[in-house]
Design a protein around this ligand. Structure first.
Ligand code: PMT
Length: 215
């Protein structure tokens, strides 16, 4: 399969040195990319600003903002069979991005924001027969919110992680995830390394792709 993966945070600049972002390190997405390449798939990884080396046999495209990520995906999606969106995309960006560093005395105490595009929803009309996998980072009731996002974004699989747990979600090397699909009960996985979660996702993609091929 030709698998497109996003990883890491996006940065939404208000000037050349200041930005809005989040705690994503890219570990989860890079683990999926490594697992997919090790399984022999052709892998393109679109990475937000992270400090990780590119896994062997993976083609990497670096981006900064949510709009950059969307543009890269629109360019690359047609040549791929599956998309795995592990990236923690910023939902908002500063309304104005200044080309020069703002002086402290020239800044207002309130920052005006505007919404970023929802990347998965924007790509939905281009989905065709491709498999789309999303991630949901939740703190409240992970399954309810992840199931809502699965339906709203038209996904084949939502990987819900409960980021309120210290051994799951952002920055750590392990994750506690539940696979949520439109037509089966949720499948909770035990505490796994992110490498193992990556391999589980790749196995899920392979199984679905074989099912589709058989009709
Ligand atoms: O990078 P790590 O440190 O290893 O941390 C991993 C992780 C916690 C970032 C990862 O496992 C994870 O949960 N990623 C998704 C986090 C998230 O932003 O969830 P969300 O509920 O906001 O978004 C749901 C889905 O929509 C995601 O697949 C996201 O990529 C996508 N999305 C979100 C916002 C947006 N504007 N467009 C999108 O397409």
């Amino acid at each position: 399969m030709r698998i497109l993966i996003t990883a890491g945070p996006t940065r939404e600049h208000l000037d050349p040195v200041r930005f809005l972002s989040n705690r994503s390190t890219g570990k989860m997405g890079f683990s999926v990319a490594r697992a997919a390449a090790e399984a022999g798939h052709s892998v393109t990884l679109i990475a937000g600003p992270v400090a990780l080396p590119t896994p062997p046999d993976v083609t990497r495209v670096d981006v900064v903002s949510a709009c950059d990520m969307l543009a890269a995906l629109q360019r690359l999606l047609p040549a791929h069979d599956a998309l795995v969106m592990t990236a923690a995309v910023a939902d908002w960006r500063p309304k104005i991005c200044h080309s020069a560093k703002l002086k402290k005395r020239g800044m207002a105490p309130v920052l005006e924001l505007e919404p970023n595009p929802d990347i998965l929803q924007t790509l939905k009309p281009e989905k065709g027969g491709r498999l789309f996998v999303g991630f949901a980072a939740e703190t409240g009731d992970p399954l309810a919110e992840a199931s809502r996002k699965l339906a709203a974004k038209g996904l084949d699989l939502m990987v819900a992680n409960d980021v309120s747990q210290p051994d799951a979600g952002f920055a750590v090397d392990t994750n506690r995830v539940t696979f949520i699909t439109p037509d089966a009960p949720p499948r909770p996985l035990p505490l796994l390394s992110k490498a193992e979660v990556g391999r589980e996702i790749v196995r899920w993609l392979e199984t679905q792709s074989e099912r589709k091929a058989k009709g």
